[in-house]
Design a protein. Structure first.
Length: 285
């Protein structure tokens, strides 16, 4: 055996090992869903003191949580003016996160505690609390929505978890993915037309997700909004849908504006009230 033989054997073994490796990550993680830029339909003032964590719309008002230990609060405001109609402080030991409506009550997550709170829709005051995880779990509370039959929770991971509304018992979960890439940092949520819309933390993108499969069907690009907001504005976070008019509101942490956007390629207006129905005309020739 020559002195070069061990090196040759090593190279052959290394080459064989490389053949057994999976394809490169870039090939596995290629995004498949199309991306569509949002179009601005309207813009309104937004309180820059609000570090938006959760957002929903109901009967002419926006309900919004602002996060931070020792400084979290829940606020009801007028979308057109940004004026706070009512506001309550959250326990200083809790970091307010996602909110949603269920049976005319506000369900709110808090970040690390494993505890959620139920608030009065009228007064915003706390009524009771609930647990969103078992003692042995390390799930965080980020975004929360109700899709008409179950709660859906995001935790900053790549999973959406489903809960029974009566007792917040876990009934399933799904991994969110686009092509071969799992999509992490799922944050604030909204439910529109059978799809889950999710802000992706630290980005100006919204994922449009099929909750049954976890597949990202499309991406909404919010970067056009950057030109219209303060340079000090934080990450995009906050999606709210007005079922009567079909308006889709978006904002972000410490943004000075609230926008109504349209993305016709992904979402379409489905007004349920004649007041907001589009006018159609017919012509005879």
């Amino acid at each position: 055996m020559t002195a070069r033989t061990p090196h040759l054997i090593f190279i052959i073994i290394l080459f064989a090992f490389c053949l057994l490796l999976p394809p490169a990550a870039s090939a596995q993680e290629k995004l498949m869903a199309p991306t569509y830029p949002c179009r601005i339909q309207a813009e309104f003032p937004h309180d820059t003191n609000v570090s938006t964590q959760g957002l929903f719309y109901l009967n002419g008002h926006l309900y919004e949580t602002s996060g931070g230990f020792g400084q979290s609060f829940l606020v009801m405001s007028e979308p057109d003016t940004g004026r706070h109609v009512r506001s309550v402080q959250i326990d200083r030991k809790r970091f307010a996160e996602g909110i949603t409506l269920y049976k005319n009550k506000i369900f709110m997550l808090t970040w690390l505690s494993g505890t959620g709170y139920i608030h009065s829709l009228d007064t915003l005051e706390v009524l009771t609390s609930f647990a969103y995880r078992l003692d042995s779990e390390k799930i965080e509370g980020w975004g929360l929505i109700y899709d008409g039959s179950r709660f859906i929770l995001s935790s900053g991971s790549d999973r959406l978890r489903f809960y029974r509304p009566e007792d917040f018992a876990r009934i399933g979960s799904v991994t969110v993915h686009d092509g071969g890439k799992s999509i992490r940092l799922l944050n604030e949520l909204e439910y529109v037309g059978g799809m889950v819309l999710a802000n992706i933390w630290k980005t100006d993108r919204i994922a449009v997700i099929d909750p049954n499969s976890g597949t990202v069907k499309a991406w909404i690009d919010l970067s056009p909004l950057r030109e219209r907001i303060s340079p000090e504005a934080g990450v995009a976070n906050g999606i709210a849908y007005d079922e009567k008019s079909g308006r889709l509101f978006v904002t972000g942490k410490h943004w000075d504006k609230l926008f109504v956007i349209t993305v016709d390629e992904v979402l379409w207006r489905q007004p349920v009230s004649e007041e907001f129905a589009p006018v159609t005309t017919s012509q005879t020739q």
